[in-house]
Design a protein around this ligand. Structure first.
Ligand SMILES: NC(=O)c1ccc[n+]([C@@H]2O[C@H](COP(=O)([O-])OP(=O)(O)OC[C@H]3O[C@@H](n4cnc5c(N)ncnc54)[C@H](OP(=O)(O)O)[C@@H]3O)[C@@H](O)[C@H]2O)c1
Length: 329
């Protein structure tokens, strides 16, 4: 089968289309013919080994352990392992397979049945491939950790990207007054998602304009904890989803002290991928209450271009890799 493979860490230039062996499902796994896969910032982190911590946390110290990236996948079951109970050949499935081998940027991938859900008939492979990682991050940030209530002021930093797009829509759904922060080119896009206010991070620092929020969800954190504390209302919460290692360490070190002395919570959000949350956001998408926004589609051969596009910050919402001809159902 064909797959996009990388043997060394680096830029998207190190990714090559190669002929590799078709995987064989283990007893608890399903073999899927991939029809669509979405690109996430996490793919870029693994590709570049940036942050360096990626190498120490199972990515592979000198060379990447998993040679094929791609976590969010959607496709048709081709074969099942002997212990698989929920799926059979022909079923249309999707899910987030990060943490269990990755490998979505390929014609076929194996995944444990516990990471997969049935694709709703009313949605396309591309639409469901855009959901898993980004939407579950957003759901856990807005609903579970943030516990957003109607009327609260919520700021999403990185609101025009994959997770941010879902976070803005979910925060609006829970009745919040939402501020989206992203680059100059995404102001109208964030408004179109429902953001009440938008901030261009190239012109304004949201931690220095005197405004305060009940919840800040940050997918691109790089400031000091004291800047975030300043932007929080009394009893407000800040959650880092993604960001610099320096900010992560500061939060781990000083977050508990800030909580004790000011009542403001500054913490990391460690996302727990799970099917219950995936089902919840997918139902919202099916009902049209949340839209998986797909900016661009690329064929498998152009995964490097897709990652470049995401890495350069152009993506409005999700970027999807489309394989095969049948993506309409
Ligand atoms: N915590 C966990 O358990 C967990 C699990 C999985 C993934 N993650 C992380 O979650 C994050 C998800 O990101 P994503 O997929 O939504 O990324 P994305 O699609 O790349 O979106 C990030 C957005 O932030 C914008 N941005 C860049 N710098 C900014 C700044 N200084 N201020 C405001 N906006 C800025 C980007 O635009 P420009 O670059 O054009 O400016 C882009 O629109 C990743 O960092 C990933 O590693 C965390």
């Amino acid at each position: 089968m064909q797959a996009i493979v990388y043997h060394n860490y680096g830029s998207p230039d190190v990714l090559k289309l190669e002929e590799v062996q078709k995987p064989v499902p283990k007893d608890d796994e399903v073999l899927i013919r991939v029809h669509a896969a979405s690109v996430n910032a996490a793919d870029l982190h693994l590709l570049r080994a940036d942050p360096f911590l990626v190498r120490l946390m199972g990515g592979g110290l000198l060379k990447p352990k998993n040679k094929i990236l791609g976590a969010d996948i959607a496709g048709r079951v081709e074969a099942v392992g002997r212990n698989v109970k929920q799926f059979q050949p022909g079923d249309e499935v999707f899910g987030d397979i990060s943490g269990c081998g990755w490998g979505g940027f390929a014609e076929y991938v194996c995944a444990p049945e516990t990471r997969l859900a049935l694709k709703p008939a009313s949605m396309t492979f591309e639409q469901v491939a855009a959901i898993p990682q980004a939407a579950v991050i957003a759901l856990q940030g807005i609903r579970d950790k943030g516990q957003v209530q109607s009327g609260q002021k919520v700021l999403i930093n990185g609101a025009g990207g994959g997770a941010g797009t879902f976070a803005v829509q979910l925060a609006k759904l829970y009745g919040a007054e939402v501020t989206g922060v992203d680059n100059t080119g995404k102001m109208d896009f964030m408004r179109s998602l429902g953001a009440d206010h938008v901030i261009d991070y190239t012109r304004e620092d949201f931690t220095k304009n005197g405004k305060q929020y009940d919840l800040i969800l940050d997918v691109v954190a790089h400031r000091s904890v004291f800047a975030y504390k300043r932007a929080l209302r009394r009893s407000g919460s800040y959650f880092l989803v993604g960001g610099s290692v320096a900010t992560i360490f500061q939060i781990l070190l000083l977050g508990p002290w800030i909580r004790r002395t000011s009542g403001k919570r500054i913490r990391l959000l460690v996302v727990q991928p799970n099917l219950k949350d995936l089902a919840f956001v997918t139902e919202l998408c099916e009902a049209g209450k949340v839209v998986p926004v797909i900016d661009k589609r690329y064929p498998l051969t152009e995964v490097p271009e897709a990652l470049r596009y995401l890495g350069e910050g152009h993506a409005r919402g999700k970027v999807v890799i489309t394989l095969g001809s049948n993506n309409k159902t």
